[in-house]
Structure formats: structure tokens, C-alpha cells
Design a protein around this ligand. Sequence first.
Ligand code: CUA
Length: 356
Amino acid sequence: MMKGLKKWRLFSLLTVMTVFLSACGEEYISTLRPAGAVGKEQLDILILAIWIMTLVVVVVSAIYLVAFFKFRRTKVGENHMPKQVEGSHTLEVIWTVIPIILLIILAVPTLTYTYKFADVAAMDEVDEEGNKTALTVNVTAKLYWWEFEYPNQGIITAQELVVPTGEKVYFNLIASDVKHSFWIPAVGGKMDTNVDGINKFYLQFDKESAGLNDGEGVFYGKCAELCGPSHALMDFKVKALEPEAFNAWVTAMQATEGQTADRESSDIGEATFANSCLGCHAVSAVAGNGLGPNLTTFGDRNRVAGFLEHTAENTANWIKDPEPYKPGNTMTGTYNVSPEEAEAIADYLMTLSVEK
Ligand code: CUA
């Protein structure tokens, strides 16, 4: 009986681990399969550190095993006294110098890359007309969603970051409420978003996101700092496009200037949205920062609320009562719509698109 129970436990543990680890190694989220220059260089440092650690473990284990077997009492006798090495000058030098050398081998590339990754001088470079030459995105983390503003393009979006491939993309990171952390595992290490100060870094996207994860076509982004009950649900997505496709997207976003929802619309969804939601959620990408996520590209998104499957049904359920989906979110209780109106709003939101 006990034996059967133990087997069953082991089986459940393996099942749970399989589920947890099943996403590991996937290109859309894996640090071990970097999709950009920064991620590759960070992985190089990781691998160097692992090699050094492996070397130390192997050498120490070997010495241990030699001592273990060579000096067994059955072999050397009860009264054998091995050669005493206490205070040996040579040995002391050897086991002091070797770790120092290993640390230097690790420290030189680590420090070099650390300074390289923090080099954001290009953010201030301008062309003859005074326009900034580097692509900059202002990231604002909020409970529990992400705002992405492109200051030089004059556009804003939320939840889905869109970037061009093959160039450095610079980020200004800030939070509006509590500390969060901006992380795109497949493209580079995370950086905190603080309330009282801007953190800056850059990432490079060298692989288009199209076709990733069975056609989802996005890299996954995460909040990597425990920020409240819905921290684990504070996801975002990243579309990495070829430069021409990115420029087309920017143009389409800029063309939404002045777009709004009509209170008098015959579409109940649009009219209700205009009355109940427009105060916080803009439907133009040229609207500036909003209290809630900008919804101009809602129909193009990959997920509802960052993690739910992108369907009108999920959107309607979210609008009816977002609290069970993302506990502690700032939208709960700020509006009052009937279930029918929520469904109409969801249908209306699905039509908002710059890609179609
Ligand atoms: Cu935001 Cu964790």
C-alpha cells in the first residue's frame, strides 16, 4: 500500500514538473534561446560562469574521491599518519591564486558587458534636422498593465509592444504606482521600473516574432517584480517586425489621430463605450497617456488583459467583472454597464484595429 502511494506521489510530481517545464526552451520565452544580440551576450556570460563552476566542482570532487579511496583505513592500516601539510606555503599560494584567476576570467567580460548594456548615449543623438536617430520607447508599468509610448513618433499603445528588428531599441522605464520590472526573457534580462526615477537600457530584436508559438506570433513579456495579487498575470506581448512593416505600423497608428467613440452612435457598444469607458481608455494612438490602457489596437491584440484568450466572450466577461480575473486591478468598480452592454462593448472593441 505504502509503496503504491509513493509511486503515485512521484508520478504526480513528475506530471506537475512536466507541465511547468513544458514551456521551457520555447523560442518565444526562453532565455536559453536568445532572439537578439543583448540576450546572446548575456547567455555567453551565463555559459562562461557555468563552465567555471563545472571545472571547480569536477576538480574538487576528484580530489575528494582520491583522498576518500587512497586513505581508507583498510588500505593504509590503523596507525597510519599521512604527511602533514598544515601551513604549507606552496599549497596556500595555489588555493588562493587559482580562485583569483577564475574570478578575473569571470569578472572581466561581466564588467565589460555590464557597461556596454548600460550605454544609452545614442538616445540623445540627433540628425541634421534635430530629430532623434534612435528608436526610443517610454515604458510605464501600472497595476497590472503596460503602457508603451513612442515619443518621437507621437504614438502610444498598451499591452503589446511593437518593435523593428535589427536595430537597438532604447527604453525609458518608469512605474506609476509601485515597483515593477520589465522583462522579455527571449530578448534580454529584466530591468526594474521604479516610481521615482527613470531606468534606461536597450534591447535588440534580431528575429521576427511572426510564426512563434504555433502562430501566436509574439514574444512573451513579464513583470518580474512582485507587485501585488495579480503580479503573475501582468504579462505583455512583443511583436518584432521587419523595419518596413514596423514603419507601416507607425504610419497606421499616426493615422488614428482624432479617432474617438461616438456617444450618439447607433452601435450600442460604441455609444456605451463612449459614455462609460472613454474617460480612461483612448481609441486613438495619438491621444497621450491614459488612465487605462489605450485600446486603439484592441482588435489586433493577442490576449485580453494580457493573458486571456483573445475572444469577444472573454472581453465581455472581463468588462462585466474584471476582479476575479485580475484581483486588485484598478478598473473594478469604476463604471456600471449591464451584461448586454458589456457584450456590445466587447464586439465594438474587437473592431478596433490598425492592422486589418
Ligand atoms: Cu507588476 Cu509584478
